[in-house]
Design a protein around this ligand. Structure first.
Ligand SMILES: CC(C)(COP(=O)(O)OP(=O)(O)OC[C@H]1O[C@@H](n2cnc3c(N)ncnc32)[C@H](O)[C@@H]1OP(=O)(O)O)[C@@H](O)C(=O)NCCC(=O)NCCS
Length: 216
């Protein structure tokens, strides 16, 4: 168990177990989470679909298929073991509210990863995702020792832009036809934070979103 700036975390480089924020915690999903995950995904289907890649033809429907969800959990577990990706459920107490992931971790001279997230419509507006993103950034920069995180956002996705605005992530401009979202190659605004910026801003971000004022 690690003690990171006054916050207990069980995360290590090899085994990210639970990452703690002030109100949310992040942990890897397991096949036992299927019922809760399915309920959230079914309830929030119309809310999430406009902002997500479409399901490739012929691939299993993980929302309706328990074993496909278990396969996804195992794939995420392998990514963790290989150090290429770190996926987490966002929990408020015992409630599964959403997911946040470090995807496509690249080492070598890049030392970088992409962040993706979503939240249950019923949990939106509580600042859970910005909090989770700060928790994830601490894990990425301080435990995984990455150098750069990037978030790509469809320009008309105002709620997601608010998340990165609240955290002061730097906008690096527009990447044209960057990702396939709901069947369309969409332009994306690319936001980033580097390890240097994290070092400069970590206390401010942790105090505001994770630990509370004056507790560092
Ligand atoms: C983007 C998203 C992750 C934000 O998560 P969140 O935990 O609600 O974030 P916040 O609480 O900080 O809210 C961010 C903004 O969302 C908007 N918002 C809040 N509640 C909302 C609701 N019920 N419905 C629509 N928008 C809402 C507000 O503009 C808010 O900004 P404000 O706090 O300045 O008013 C969430 O809206 C979501 O999952 N959307 C669908 C999937 C998605 O867009 N994923 C990201 C792809 S890049």
């Amino acid at each position: 168990m690690l003690l990171v700036s006054g916050v207990v975390s069980t995360a290590t480089h090899e085994e990210p177990a639970v990452l703690w924020g002030a109100r949310v915690h992040l942990r890897c999903l397991t096949p036992d989470d299927f019922s809760d995950w399915q309920a959230v995904r079914l309830r929030s289907h119309a809310w999430l679909t406009p902002w997500e890649p479409s399901r490739p033809a012929g691939s299993p429907d993980i929302i309706r298929n328990r074993s496909a969800f278990a396969t996804r959990c195992r794939a995420r577990e392998r990514e963790r073991q290989m150090g290429t990706g770190y996926g987490f459920g966002i929990f408020a107490g015992r409630r599964l509210c959403g997911e946040i992931n470090l995807n496509g971790v690249q080492r070598g001279p890049f030392q970088s990863a992409y962040v993706g997230y979503w939240i249950d419509q019923d949990c939106a507006g509580n600042g859970y995702v910005p909090e989770a993103l700060v928790v994830l950034a601490r894990f990425a920069f301080e435990d995984l020792v990455l150098h750069r995180l990037q978030v790509a956002i469809v320009p008309r996705n105002r709620p997601s832009r608010r998340v990165v605005e609240k955290l002061g992530l730097r906008c690096e401009g527009t990447a044209e036809r960057y990702l396939e979202i709901n069947g369309v190659w969409e332009d994306h605004l690319r936001f980033a934070i580097t390890a240097e910026e994290w070092t400069q801003r970590r206390d401010e971000l942790l105090e505001r979103w994770v630990i509370g004022p004056g507790r560092l």
